[in-house]
Design a binder for this molecule. Structure first.
Ligand code: B12
Length: 214
């Protein structure tokens, strides 16, 4: 890893959000793409913070600082992520949000940014989104795909409600549904009747593109 990326990785992991914009600029000046910065430095830095939390070396405030550092840095490269993917064809409309009871936003935002970079029109509903709102916004925006993020085993169960509402309203065939987030598995997706699942942004975007290219 280059020095610029390594400094960014450490800044996210240590939650040093002040001045992190300058470190992102240094990495860009050193010739790194926004996608490299995201995948090699920012995401890995947050991953490390999460691992320290799980080992009991970090507490919630450390995580919150790391998350703030990540989102501050993300704001600098968000536009570039979209430009880097601008040459690609339009992908359709993707409604995304984090399910009710869950406020984890970082993974969802990365997926949203990478979908945009890949040519999708993205409608981001934010966090703690009630199941019926996924359905109503998807209808309103004539979406092709609904993406539901959940980072906790306790909130993951609400992903199922979105699919139940789609069925109740006779809309199940109108949208593809992709469930995502660290606790989600293929068997969970199958059990609740989702069309697919993803536990990382790259495969999520690849699967989404497959749906609209059919
Ligand atoms: C950062 C973090 C926080 C931050 C969130 C900040 C923010 N703005 O998002 C803060 C500090 C606020 C937080 C709070 C809490 N957290 Co927290 N948090 C984490 C942590 C360390 C990292 C999550 C993260 O951002 N990862 C980085 C991103 C890039 O990865 P990702 O989210 O997995 O997303 C990727 C994929 O999953 C996928 N993806 C995600 N969504 C979607 C959607 C679609 C459609 C697709 C295709 C793909 C996709 O693509 C993404 C990019 O590659 C995890 C531990 C971990 N290792 O996951 C715990 C973790 C998720 N948190 C946990 C807990 C318990 C909590 C709290 C309840 C703590 C508390 N006691 O208050 C609260 C929850 C509040 C709530 N109601 O939601 C637990 C959940 C346990 C469980 N039951 O399953 C975890 C697993 C930690 C642990 N081991 O205990 N947390």
């Amino acid at each position: 890893m280059s020095q610029a990326l390594s400094r960014l990785h450490d800044a996210v992991c240590n939650g040093s959000f002040r001045g992190i914009e300058g470190l992102v600029q240094e990495a860009l000046d050193a010739g790194h793409t926004a996608l490299q910065i995201l995948n090699l430095a920012l995401a890995k830095g947050l991953e490390e913070a999460g691992a320290r939390f799980e080992r009991g070396e970090y507490f919630l405030p450390n995580l919150m600082m790391a998350a703030k550092a990540m989102s501050t840095a993300m704001a600098v490269i968000q536009g570039r992520l979209a430009t880097e993917g601008a040459a690609q064809v339009s992908g359709g409309t993707f409604v995304i949000g984090t399910i009710q009871g869950d406020i984890h936003s970082i993974g969802k935002e990365i997926v949203a940014a990478m979908l945009e970079a890949s040519g999708f029109r993205v409608i981001d509903l934010g966090v703690d989104v009630k199941p019926h709102l996924f359905v109503e916004r998807a209808v309103e925006h004539s979406a092709d795909i609904i993406g539901i993020s959940a980072l906790m085993t306790t909130t993951m169960t609400h992903q199922q409600k979105v699919i139940e509402i789609l069925k109740e309203r006779g809309l199940r065939d109108r949208f593809k549904v992709i469930v995502g987030g660290a606790p989600v598995t293929a068997s969970w997706a199958q059990r609740i009747g989702a069309d697919d699942f993803a536990t990382d942004a790259v495969s999520g975007v690849r699967k989404a593109r497959r749906f609209v290219e059919r």
